[in-house]
Write a protein that binds this ligand. Structure first.
Ligand code: ASP
Length: 431
């Protein structure tokens, strides 16, 4: 089953879904009855179709990540190779995330969008989104232990929890990745006969999961239509008039990443034709855009990398799951921009030192953020607090966040693909 043929149909689903959603949103604007009917149609038709697609993708994430990482590591053969590829991969993640955060901060500096933002609008938005802010703050507080020992244990739990199965059930990706790395490494030490047996079982699991993704992709054009329709039909379009510039500037920054930075990295580091690469990666971008979730996009990412981008399975299986969890360039960019925007709205000057600290925190929180819609928001509130910017100020931008989330998820997953292409070239040159 190839990924190639469905591009245009998925893109058509995306465009049509967005268009129909905006039209529906405008048509029901003046009638509460019509709005209720539209909501009902979304809940009973669009939502389930979108969810079936999403769940087909989610259902394969755990077995696929586990199998592809352990096979990937086992087939590297030499465990020292894992160390050097791993270090390069992490280096790429940190440098590109930091560059992205700097881009977000620089854009806001240059344009000073928040300065002079209407104070009545600020008060209105803060009142309107107070409830959402509170639940985000509760989420952030739940994850923050008070004492030092608590923090140390929390970090241990993040990588090596006592109960690996519970972590997997909770879809915590980092422990799963660590366990798969351990298994892959251990496989390189055991008797060849047993290694081959286990590796071929894991390869079978991985191939079967990639095939399930193929089933899901058949549903993609309709599901993408429904997902986007649901978002745009419910979106507060009025808010876009007030925050249009903010949204527009961040979207332009994402485009700079996608159309300038990534092509440069593809040409220089991965020695790839950037435009061909981006074109072939279209199903990954559309899936990320319509799901706003790096985790949900991961199965498609692995499949497209192997089948359309020519990245060898052992590299795709190793770099992409790590990237979906730890490499979020779009998120780092967005976080930097929001901290600056809200600081400007409240007239708070951030010193150069504070801004450098914000860049560091953006990188760290982008590593820690969950690859789900809005996954970075609770952590972003922590960055704001650390920088001396009122975290409640996030209310100003919450109403338009879904649009930015779609864009940043595309940027996040494409950063992973660029990294995989780069690591693939480095590894191929060595072997
Ligand atoms: N939705 C983003 C992702 O899954 C995470 C975030 O920035 O909220 O990549």
């Amino acid at each position: 089953m190839s990924t190639g043929g469905g591009h245009n149909r998925i893109l058509a689903g995306l465009g049509l879904g967005a268009l129909c959603g905006v039209v529906a949103n405008t048509l029901v604007a003046d009638s509460a009855g019509a709005r209720r009917t539209l909501d009902m149609a979304i809940d009973t038709v669009a939502h389930p179709i979108g969810q079936i697609f999403l769940r087909l993708l989610f259902v394969v994430v755990l077995p696929l990540v586990f199998a592809s990482i352990s096979v990937g590591v086992a087939s590297l053969g030499d465990i020292r190779k894992l160390g050097s590829l791993g270090a390069r991969t992490l280096g790429f993640f940190v440098v590109t995330s930091a560059a992205s955060a700097v881009l977000g901060i620089a854009a806001l500096h240059l344009l000073q969008l928040g300065a002079g933002f209407d104070s009545a609008t600020v008060a209105e938005l803060q009142a309107k989104y107070a409830g959402d802010v509170k639940s985000l703050a509760d989420k952030a507080a739940a994850g923050a232990p008070l004492d030092l020992l608590g923090r140390v244990n929390q970090t241990l739990d993040m990588f090596l929890p006592r109960n690996m199965l519970r972590a997997a059930v909770d879809m915590q990706m980092i422990p799963l990745i660590v366990f798969a790395l351990l298994l892959g490494a251990a496989l390189t030490f055991i008797e060849a006969r047993k290694r081959e047996l286990l590796t071929s079982v894991l390869e079978g699991v991985s191939d079967a999961m990639v095939t399930v993704v193929g089933f899901a992709m058949r549903l993609a054009p309709y599901a993408v239509f429904c997902l986007i329709f649901g978002v745009t039909a419910r979106f507060g379009l009025g808010l876009l008039q007030k925050l249009g510039l903010y949204v527009g500037i961040i979207l332009v920054c994402y485009l700079i990443q996608l159309l300038v930075l990534y092509p440069l990295l593809l040409a220089l580091l991965a020695r790839r034709n950037p435009w061909q690469f981006l074109k072939s990666a279209m199903p990954v971008m559309v899936t990320a855009f319509s799901t706003s979730s790096s985790n949900a996009t991961l199965p498609t990412s692995i499949r497209v990398a192997q089948e359309s981008l020519g990245i060898r399975p052992q590299i795709a299986g190793f770099v992409l799951p790590l990237g979906a969890t730890m490499n979020m360039n779009g998120t780092a960019l967005f976080e930097g921009a929001v901290v600056l925007f809200v600081a400007q709205v409240f007239g708070i000057e951030l010193s150069l030192g504070t801004q450098a600290m914000v860049v560091g925190m953006c990188v760290l929180t982008a590593i820690g953020a969950a690859g789900v819609p809005g996954g970075s928001l609770p952590l972003l509130m922590g960055v704001m607090a650390q920088a001396g910017v009122p975290p409640d100020g996030i209310a100003i931008v919450l109403g338009v966040d879904r649009i930015l989330d779609m864009g940043r998820t595309v940027t996040n997953v494409m950063g992973d693909q660029v990294c995989a292409a780069y690591i693939d070239r480095v590894d191929a040159a060595r072997s």
